[in-house]
Structures are given as structure tokens and as C-alpha cells.
Design a protein around this ligand. Sequence first.
Ligand code: AGP
Length: 369
Amino acid sequence: EALEKGGYDHFMLKEIYEQARSIRDCLRGRIYPSLGKIQLGGLEEYSSKLKNVDRIIIVACGTSWHAGLVGEYLIEEYGRVPVEVEYASEFRYRNPIITEKDIVIAISQSGETADTMAALELAKERGATIFGICNVVGASIPRITDAGVYTHAGPEIGVASTKAFTAQVTVLTLIAFYIAQQRGTLSQSRLIEYLTELNEIPNLVDRTLQCNEHVESIAARFKDSNNCLFLGRGSSFPVALEGALKLKEISYIHAEGYPAAEMKHGPIALIDADLPVVFIATKNASYEKVVSNIQEVKARGGHVIAIVTEGDTQVRDMAEYVIEIPQTDDAFVPLLATIPLQFLAYHIAVMRGCNVDQPRNLAKSVTVE
Ligand code: AGP
């Protein structure tokens, strides 16, 4: 087992570090930046369906559902197709309205999650075209789908999903730009720019991974907390959800993810001198609004940990701790901002003596309802 962990103390840490490679593998042979072209062999047969689709429904559970929420932002923003993201377990029991015109995409690392599988079967029965985004080749979900895209993240052993999540987000990014290419919602020159930046993401992930030691020192400060709040806006909202899920599943600290603007509709009541609040506060259109949310937390004595864009000075002056991530287009921020949150959960769990790779009560793949 020590050999399989490749010198790391835990599979989770190894898998966090594998993300530059796994994202590179996921992009390989699929993007041609200088041509502004994306090729997704698995979806080719359905390219005209994607061109004319009126609605996409994404079904998933847990971390894969969070990836789906990032996908919603990306597909709506760049492909201009309405997207609904559903918990598979709710969708399948709700008598959902599905038509033959819909594309239903299941996201699942294992490809075996019972609820996701059942949601897909229901969609198929009702005539939708069904796609899969899976990691495990030949698993049950890829076997029943009409088409799909593998994430190529390699085996994920840690129960807490890390590299599978960023690979899912990478695939959804590819699908968003693929749809944009089919529908002509982005000019060729914009596509070239986006794909050129996307091609750089594995290198930026490598740089982001250098925050490990800094995040470890922050973890030491907050390891005894009982609660933690994660806040973000736009596509950083699902990143906040994912940060909270990582922390709660491996460290057993109660954590919540919220859209930053929702804070004043309830969670603000929780803020006191014992509550760490993690903000994703990168430079984008809603930056100033997030800055004012940070001020609201500070004014109530909360502890602010902020993930910021390299070189940021405004938030640095306000937050107790900042973690810098490299500058990139807003489209790709989830791929970088997730990494410090994975490290934070990992180190806090290790410091609390938790079983990081196999947290209590959890299974790697949930094959029961
Ligand atoms: C992730 O850290 C969790 N262990 C869990 O939420 C997981 O993402 C969920 O069970 C879905 O699994 P799947 O991707 O294999 O379908």
C-alpha cells in the first residue's frame, strides 16, 4: 500500500497532487487551441443534437452534483443552452417532465451510483438522449448511455473525491465550449483565446499546488473549530459547496457552503469569533460585492480566510489569511480555487486524527438507494 501511495501519507494527498496530470490527460487530444477547435469523439455522433438542443438536464449526487453546478454556469454562459442540475435521488422520484428533445447528462466518478443510474434509466424510458461523464471505464452508467466523455482522471482511491471532481469540471468546460463551437455562440477568435488559456490550466494547477504548506499553517489555526462557512458567487458558489463537503466528510466539522449574497438571509446569524469563513474572492465582475460580504463578516468578529487572485491587495488588507491562486479567465477559476480547499480539509482532518482516506460511514461508491 505504501508503494501505491507513491510516497504520500494518504491516497487523498497523492490524488490532490495528481491534478495537473489528470487535467492534462483529460484535455489531451480534445483541444486544438491554435485552431480554436474542440474534438469530443464520444459526442461526435450527437453534435447536431447538441447544436439544436433546447435544454440540458444534469443528474448526479454529492461532489459530482457540485461539478454539475459548475457545468450549468459554463454551458449557459458560453453555449447559451438552458441547464437544470438535479440531485439524481430527487429527480427520479419526482415524475419529472422530460421530452425527446432533452439531453440528460449523468455525472459519476464510479459510474455505479444507484440513484444516478436510476435517474438516467428514467430519462431514457421517456425518450431523452442520455450522456455520461464518468471516470471508471466500462462501468454501468457508460454502458447504458447513448454517448459520453470519460474524465481520464485515473483510479481514485480516497473516498473524498478530489481529482475526479476537477476532471469532471474539465469535461464540462470542454462540453460548454464544444456546444459554443457547434452553435456559433462564440467567435473563432474568442474560442482560440479560451482554448489557449484552458491549455495552460495544468501548469497553473501545478503552481496552485504550491500553496500546500501555507494552507497547512492555516489548518493548524482552525483545526479545533466546530463549524465553518464557505462562500462564493457565480461558479465559485459550487466550489464553496465542494469545499464544505470536503471538510465535513473527512474532518467531521460541520460546514456549509452558500452563495455569498445569501449570507444576509440567514447564515450571518452564525457569525461570531469562533466561526471561520472561507471566501472565494477572485477578481471578476462580482469581486466588489464579495469584498463587501467580507467586510460584513469582519464587522461581526468572524475569521476570514480568502482565496484571492495573485497580487490582490484589497482583500489582503482585510482578511486574516489569504491564499493566492494564479490569474486566469473566470471560466477556469473553479479548477484552481478548489485546490486550496482540498488541502484545507485534508490537513484539518489529519490534525484531528481522522481516517482521511476512509472516513466513517462513507463508501466510495453508493450502490444502494
Ligand atoms: C465525494 O467526496 C463523496 N464521497 C460523494 O459525494 C460522491 O461524490 C458521490 O457519492 C457520487 O459518487 P459518483 O461520482 O461515483 O457517482
